[in-house]
Design a protein around this ligand. Structure first.
Ligand SMILES: C[S@@+](CC[C@H](N)C(=O)[O-])C[C@H]1O[C@@H](n2cnc3c(N)ncnc32)[C@H](O)[C@@H]1O
Length: 330
């Protein structure tokens, strides 16, 4: 057990954000916002959330999906997806149902989170049956692949699916985790960061993204994060995060407007980067999808949703010609 690393109170608070995200997703799924047959395996119950939260999550999940599908359309089979700070995200299983694209799917999070995810997967036939190697074997390991920080059962490896515990703030751990997941620098790669970078602090987040940009010549980075946190509404969001034990530095890029965040990614080594606030993403969703979702629940606090949408952004940064035309309406 000497490999088990101790976590600070702030790390514990960050780890708890995964439970929140999973509960919010489960609530929206139960209300019919989108389909996810797997989310209920990862969180037992979810209290009903306010309509603006449910719509916000819908825009987040659909906005991410829009670009994930654009990526898969452009590279066909032989590609890899790296889910940074994956939490209990069910994307792997949803993609398996939609398309068996030969993707090497890699999930990284703190070992405390990956160990729980491993445990849930191992105990659930439906989750497990979509994760098998050629010989039908699934290997559950002790976290040595990510630098020995994992603890028992923090890793799971199979054909096309790797769940590895590591601290994204440690470049060496990330490198070892990617090697353990058989990630190849040559393959077209999609890196996902859905509500994760804000917890890393600016310098660690920049170092991680620069590391990815340097390693993969054909790369798409898809980021869903806070933006515009420097205004009054943003101040309240920051205070709420701090009250839960997650401090965001005042100079974090999440305080900046989406375009400034995109410029930072270009400076870190991406060929191109574009960012949209979530109000723009919401309006870019197909009219009939929006109309269907708007009919699910009455929304009294329309202004609140607009404010929330103005404080989250979707950013797409690319390296390589294959992805140059990826766009909100492509
Ligand atoms: C808000 S949750 C989002 C989970 C998932 N991406 C989603 O959107 O459903 C943030 C996740 O990032 C992970 N995370 C934050 N900082 C991390 C770090 N330094 N190393 C590994 N994982 C980290 C947390 O443990 C948590 O699972």
């Amino acid at each position: 057990m000497e490999n088990i690393k101790s976590w600070s109170a702030e790390d514990e608070a960050i780890i708890a954000t995964n439970t929140d995200a999973t509960e919010c997703k489960r609530c929206a799924v139960e209300l019919g916002y989108w389909k996810d047959e797997y989310i209920s395996y990862f969180v037992k119950r979810a209290e009903r959330k306010a309509p603006e939260i449910n719509r916000g999550y819908y825009a987040r999940v659909k906005g991410m999906e829009m670009f994930i599908h654009q990526f898969l359309e452009r590279c066909g089979t032989k590609c890899q997806i790296i889910n940074l700070g994956c939490g209990f995200d069910t994307l792997y299983w949803r993609l398996e149902d939609a398309t068996r694209a030969g993707v090497n799917f890699v999930e990284l999070d703190f070992p405390a989170v990956t160990a729980k995810k491993c445990h849930i997967i191992k105990r659930n036939k439906r989750l497990l049956q979509k994760i098998t190697s050629e010989d039908g074997e699934v290997m559950v390991g002790a976290g040595g692949g990510a630098g020995g920080a994992g603890g028992p059962g923090a890793e799971l490896h199979a054909d096309g699916y790797h769940l590895v515990g590591c601290d994204l703030r440690q470049a060496g751990e990330v490198r070892r985790a990617l090697a353990a997941a058989r990630v190849s620098p040559a393959a077209p790669t999609l890196a996902l960061a859905e509500c994760v970078l804000v917890y890393l602090r600016g310098d660690a987040a920049r170092a991680l993204l620069a590391q990815l940009a340097a390693f993969f010549p054909r790369l798409v980075l898809l980021v869903y994060e806070q933006c515009n946190l420097a205004d009054k509404f943003g101040e309240v969001m920051l205070r709420n995060l701090a009250a839960r034990g997650c401090r965001v530095q005042a100079d974090a890029w999440q305080c900046e407007a989406p375009e400034a965040q995109a410029a930072r990614l270009r400076a870190l080594g991406f060929d191109a980067a574009r960012a949209w606030d979530m109000d723009t993403v919401w309006r870019a969703l197909p009219d009939d999808d929006r109309a269907r979702v708007e009919a699910l629940e009455m929304l009294d606090e329309r202004e609140l949703l607009q404010q929330l949408h103005a404080h989250y952004a979707l950013t797409v940064a690319t390296k390589g010609d294959l992805f140059a035309d990826m766009d909100l309406n492509a």
